[in-house]
Design a protein around this ligand. Structure first.
Ligand code: EPU
Length: 337
């Protein structure tokens, strides 16, 4: 393992922010991680996965540990299902394509999500009517205190909307080293209810979709709405969709009858933050070299050279404006560092 000094993290975060790491190391095995955490030479450490869900607002005065463990293999297979273990450092989308090429179903709606496999359970990534938890079986994580590998079942992970135990009790205490998925090998259960998917499949002239067709439809939708981080720096949805009480929702709907919404429970309604930001007039707004994406108001973008602190300030302006106009607090989904 090579410890590098004072390196730019620009290639390691999809926002493309040019913050520096005091020290940097790429860990390619669990043994590497154990050695780093057993050593007393590095009192401060910062764990880095795919860098797709963070906004760097400052340099990192620590050893940045890049989790770069690769590999995937089939653990077991029955007539209907397969258990596949994927190491944390694999790129999420490349893994999804691999499952599709093997005709393993379950992850097709999650195509093209940036980031790595090891960080996908932390926020229970989700898109187009499917969440990671739907195909998640278990994961292995290194306990940073005992340096033992522990197994987390689906129940252990306490998954919720963009949420898991790794954002709460387990935060900062573990590094996920691999994830096991339970996928279908036949009788795939297709999720085409999400409006845009059905429309896209129609455009593609597909009436009897395969899991690959669904993936293609999702890729087409994402490419039409979301900026490619290789071209324009971004972290996907910057904010979570707020969940408000039915009472507050009825007041909002009174004022804005067209507000889109999803019923979460009898007493709670989820409202798209993208709609709120759009209707507050921020969509497509640019502030020099950063701004709000022109096709999806939920995504903040770095057109090149923006500072994380500037984007953070913009996010705060959006939050206070939404609170003023709609009386709703929206929370950041990305981790602000
Ligand atoms: N809307 C607007 N203006 C906008 C954006 C959205 O009016 O600028 C409206 C849309 O017309 C629609 C509603 O808001 O009625 C919802 O929009 P959309 O279907 O695009 O989904 P979203 O709620 O904005 C969520 C996820 C995305 C995921 C999509 C598709 C969150 C925070 N975001 O976005 O996830 O791709 O659904 O499932 O839950 C991500 O997490 O990085 C991400 C991109």
């Amino acid at each position: 393992m090579q410890i590098q000094q004072n390196i730019s993290l620009k290639p390691f975060n999809t926002f493309g922010i040019d913050a520096k790491a005091k020290q940097f190391v790429s860990a390619t095995s669990v043994a590497d991680l154990k050695a780093i955490y057993a050593s007393e030479a590095f009192p401060k450490k910062f764990i880095l996965g795919g860098g797709s869900n963070m906004l760097l607002t400052q340099d990192i005065d620590a050893l940045v540990v890049h989790v770069n463990i690769k590999g995937k293999h089939i653990l077991s297979q029955t007539d209907a299902n397969v258990l596949v273990e994927c190491q944390a450092g694999e790129n999420w989308h490349e893994f999804v394509l691999w499952t599709l090429n093997n005709d393993f179903g379950g992850l097709e709606n999650l195509s093209l999500i940036p980031g790595n496999v090891g960080t996908s359970p932390i926020q229970n990534i989700g898109a187009y009517g499917v969440e990671l938890k739907d195909s998640f079986h278990s994961c292995k994580a290194l306990n940073l205190e005992t340096l033992e590998i522990e197994d987390f079942t689906k129940e252990d992970c306490e998954f919720g909307y963009r949420n898991s135990i790794f954002k709460h009790q387990a935060k900062g205490k573990y590094i996920i080293t691999s994830v096991v998925f339970k996928l279908t090998t036949k009788h795939h259960s297709l999720h085409t209810n999400y409006g845009a998917i059905a429309t896209e499949l129609e455009h593609m002239n597909v009436t009897n979709p395969t899991i690959k067709d669904i993936s293609k439809a999702v890729i087409a939708i994402r490419e039409s709405k979301l900026p490619n981080p290789k071209e324009i720096g971004n972290s996907g949805s910057f904010f979570k969709n707020p969940v408000i009480s039915k009472q507050d929702f009825l007041k909002l709907q009174d004022q804005f009858p067209e507000v889109p919404h999803y019923v979460v429970s009898e007493s709670e309604i989820k409202v798209p933050a993208g709609w709120l930001i759009d209707h507050a007039g921020f969509k497509g707004k640019t502030f020099g070299n950063y701004g709000v994406h022109k096709k999806q108001a939920l995504v903040l973008v770095n057109y090149g050279g923006a500072k994380g602190a500037e984007i953070l300030k913009l996010s705060q302006l959006i939050q206070s404006t939404i609170a003023r106009i709609f009386n709703i607090n929206i929370e950041a989904e990305v981790n602000i560092i």
